[in-house]
Design a protein around this ligand. Structure first.
Ligand code: NAD
Length: 382
């Protein structure tokens, strides 16, 4: 019976943003050891990161293709690969590991095009491999609790959604020359690296997934107004959405809203009540039943449903945050990988992590928003 796993990481050299958060998230439950990596295309950064984590230098690779082949061929090769590079390498890296029989967990947005995303889904399914996509916010206990409350029917039929993800960190780019800014700053604004969108791809995609996860609603079409403010890609977007059930919603994402740090907020309105979750205060959920005062539900309390409470790590009042959300994505993903490795059947509950299919939905959403934006906010099918 296999109890622990080996993993390899692509991207995430020391000092990179999200790669380290993945390592911490995986380490929470102590069930997988970092064993191989291609942490950077820069030789020194790659080597230093491998050394820092005490890896066998033979398993610190200069490129992810070599890593995928070599690890796929080893008896003691990695069980899964974690892809934490900027967006432009996601597709090729994920494909390389799948082709070599290795499970994958990849950062969002999954890849550049709908065709690439469909191919990754097909490849994972054909090979019987697990493929997680790190929409990290659905790892939060109270996001899972919102889903449980909505599934139970407590807020009735969903008739409206209002969700936002607001940041301020690119406000100084407004009105500056795109070329000059590209040289100075993040790959997120470079179409070669980020893809067709900056803001919608980077944070709008989290709104899309968090709402879909909570509500189960499927997007039908969007009408989006994207603002670039002189930059090569969008920094701000206001998006009308229509779901397959006929309900409508508004998604607003921005990197130029002064006063907002990482303001993901989802508000779901039903015929019998409403739910609101605020990422910067993730341990509580506001639940309002029609005609009643708003209740504040706390993570860790006995009234939280079993399916959400199963992911809770601390008693109520002890704040859990982003690291635990990552740990919870991995809790489900690693359980599924271990079950597979041990030949045990997987249930729907085992698959409570975002998959390549969710990644595909995200890529479709981004594509539709960009197309709509280019057509003066015309309605575009997702
Ligand atoms: N889920 C989330 O909440 C969340 C948060 C932040 C970033 N992200 C996503 O994570 C990804 C990385 O973002 P970041 O902010 O950490 O970027 P970053 O620039 O801080 O780090 C990227 C890392 O990838 C390495 N790298 C680049 N190309 C590579 C290649 N071909 N092979 C190996 N290594 C390579 C870089 O050297 C660096 O170590 C992006 O796709 C981003 O959208 C997700």
């Amino acid at each position: 019976m296999k109890k622990t796993l080996r993993y390899g990481q692509v991207g995430g050299s020391l000092g990179a943003f999200i790669g380290g958060v993945h390592r911490i998230g995986i380490a929470f439950d102590g069930r997988a050891a970092l064993t191989a990596g291609c942490f950077s295309r820069k030789e020194e950064a790659n080597r230093e990161t491998g050394e820092f984590y005490g890896l066998d230098p033979a398993r610190v690779y200069g490129d992810f293709e070599t890593m995928a082949k070599a690890e796929g061929a080893r008896e003691d090769g990695i069980d899964f690969a974690v892809i934490t590079t900027p967006n432009n390498a996601h597709y090729a890296a994920a494909k390389a590991f799948l082709e070599n029989g290795i499970h994958v967990l990849c950062e969002k947005p999954l890849c550049f095009t709908v065709g690439e995303a469909e191919e990754l889904c097909r490849l994972a399914e054909e090979k019987g491999l697990l493929f997680g996509v790190n929409y990290s916010y659905s790892g939060n206990v109270m996001v899972k609790e919102a889903r449980a409350i909505i599934r139970r029917g407590d807020i009735g039929e969903i008739i409206n959604v209002n969700a936002e993800y607001l940041q301020e960190y690119l406000v100084d780019d407004v009105g500056k020359s795109g070329d000059a800014m590209l040289k100075l700053s993040s790959w997120r604004k470079d179409p070669e690296v980020a893809g067709i969108s900056n803001c919608v791809g980077d944070i709008g995609s989290h709104i899309e997934h968090t709402v879909a996860y909570m509500t189960g609603l499927k997007l039908k079409r969007v009408a989006a107004m994207l603002d670039r403010f002189g930059q090569p890609l969008d920094l701000n977007a206001n998006i009308l959405v229509e779901y397959e059930n006929g309900a409508h919603g508004v998604y607003s994402c921005s990197q130029v809203c002064v006063g907002h740090m990482n303001g993901l907020v989802t508000r779901i309105y039903g015929t019998e009540g409403a739910i609101e979750w605020v990422q910067e205060n993730p341990n509580i959920l506001y639940v309002t039943k029609k005609g009643q005062p708003t209740e504040i539900h706390h993570r860790g309390m006995g009234y939280v449903s079993g399916e959400a409470a199963a992911f809770s790590r601390l008693p109520s009042g002890h704040p859990e945050g982003l690291f635990v959300a990552f740990a919870n994505i991995y809790k489900a993903f690693l359980s599924a990988v271990l079950k597979k490795a041990n030949g045990e059947p997987l249930t729907a509950a085992d698959l409570d992590f975002p998959t390549a299919r969710d990644g595909l939905d995200g890529v479709r959403f981004v594509r539709a928003c960009v197309e709509s934006g280019a057509r003066d906010a015309a309605w575009v099918e997702v």
